[in-house]
Ligand binder design. Structure first.
Ligand SMILES: *[C@@H]1O[C@H](CO)[C@@H](O)[C@H](O)[C@H]1NC(C)=O
Ligand SMILES: *[C@@H]1O[C@H](CO)[C@@H](O)[C@H](O)[C@H]1NC(C)=O
Length: 374
């Protein structure tokens, strides 16, 4: 096995090693909690009820016992989780809008489809952005007072600076992080390559949220003088986080499973890590750091529909006929060609302002050409 791998170059090697080490299939519980985004109602009363009522909504059956307990013990948190997931999906679709894989979701309980049980870069991004989204929403909700068990974080240490002091209400990044870890990581089971990879990517999402914390201040004192400021810590918008994660997607590391006692596991890196851990597939690369995305399987092409990988293909996708990039018709349609489609668009035009105070416009019709992959 090893000889073949060395002959085939890094990319193919990753695929082969993955096949050899990933085990037979994904744990079906992997990422199952994402399905609660379909909940009919994320009203807080669900979390306050004793036993039975929690199960009224079938989406809650997608949670394991630990996750249900977590939600029950933190009244108000359910709507933050759902909101965090919704934002995460929006961000994922925004970041990948021009690519063959554009983060499609379904209405069913398996929100992201089969790609979740693969181990490619796209899988890594999904795990990272969802755990980031939940951490972000929960940390923010704490400071907004909508979760009963947490508040603003008042623990920022030290006296502040010469012209500012800590005050106000910081986003509770510590609570958000701990909560997201409990919720997201408890969906994963096992000790294999897939398990370690999913946990690593969950953590990468959270680390990226945390790394974006910034001090925000408000001026006091005589108007405009700003002689004294009160400051607090605020999380970045999730767009900032998804931009960073998209960079990490492009620079993701291909990893292999390492086991202390194996050949690969006997080097320096493994003495720091646990008995089972991830190592770069190429021993010349440095080990992935906490914020890096990791994958163990080459991405499918996403050109055509494939039930096994969950690829929807690019048939019917709009492409940009004048772009040479990933959104260009050539690449997006995988060389199959595309057709032009003329649409008439009505727009407001020749607007005039009438004293006082209204604006009147004419309706102008123009033709817009769009292109779609064959
Ligand atoms: C299409 O691609 C061209 C060249 O990259 C770019 O200037 C243009 O804004 C793109 N159009 C759209 C609708 O994205
Ligand atoms: C323009 O179109 C809108 C909506 O179709 C219509 O309500 C409006 O009366 C039109 N305006 C003119 C100036 O034709």
């Amino acid at each position: 096995m090893r000889t073949i791998v060395l002959l085939m170059g890094a990319k193919a090697a990753c695929l082969l090693l993955a096949a050899a080490l990933a085990g037979t299939g994904a744990d079906v519980s992997s990422g199952r909690w994402w399905g609660i985004i379909n909940m009919a109602s994320s009203a807080n009363h669900l979390t306050n009820s004793k036993s039975g009522q929690m199960f009224l909504d079938p989406s809650l059956a997608l949670l394991n016992r630990r996750q249900r307990r977590l939600i029950r013990q933190n009244p108000g948190v359910l709507s933050s989780i759902v909101a965090g997931l919704q934002t995460a999906i929006k961000e994922c679709q925004w970041q990948f809008r021009n690519r063959r894989w554009n983060c499609p979701t379904t209405q069913g309980p398996a929100i992201f489809g089969k790609i979740v049980s693969r181990g490619c870069r796209e899988t890594a991004f999904i795990f990272a952005i969802t755990s980031a989204g939940v951490m972000h929403a929960v940390a923010r909700s704490c400071s907004e007072g909508t979760i009963e068990t947490c508040t603003c974080d008042h623990r920022w240490p030290g006296p502040g600076g010469p012209d500012w002091h800590w005050g106000g209400c910081s986003d509770n990044v510590e609570f958000g992080r701990a909560f997201s870890r409990e919720l997201a990581d408890s969906s994963e089971r096992g000790s294999d390559l897939r398990y370690l990879t999913n946990l690593h990517n969950n953590e990468a999402g959270r680390a990226t949220v945390e790394s974006g914390m910034r001090r925000e201040c408000k001026c006091h004192g005589m108007s405009g003088s700003c002689s004294l400021r009160t400051c607090w810590m605020r999380l970045p918008g999730l767009r900032t986080v998804s931009d960073l994660l998209k960079d990490r997607f492009d620079g993701a590391s291909c990893v292999v499973y390492a086991n202390r006692g194996s050949n690969r596991g006997s080097n320096r890196a493994s003495n720091r890590a646990g008995p089972h851990h991830l190592e770069p597939e190429d021993p010349a690369h440095k080990p992935p750091s906490v914020g890096d995305l990791v994958y163990f399987e080459k991405s499918p092409s996403f050109c055509s529909r494939n039930r096994k990988t969950g690829s929807l293909g690019t048939l019917g996708r709009s492409c940009n006929s004048s772009s040479a990039g990933l959104d260009g018709c050539e690449l997006l349609c995988c060389g199959r060609g595309y057709r032009a489609h003329a649409e008439s668009v009505v727009e407001r035009c020749h607007c005039t302002f009438h004293w006082c105070c209204h604006v009147s416009c004419l309706n102008c019709t123009s033709t817009r050409i769009s292109h779609q992959c064959l």
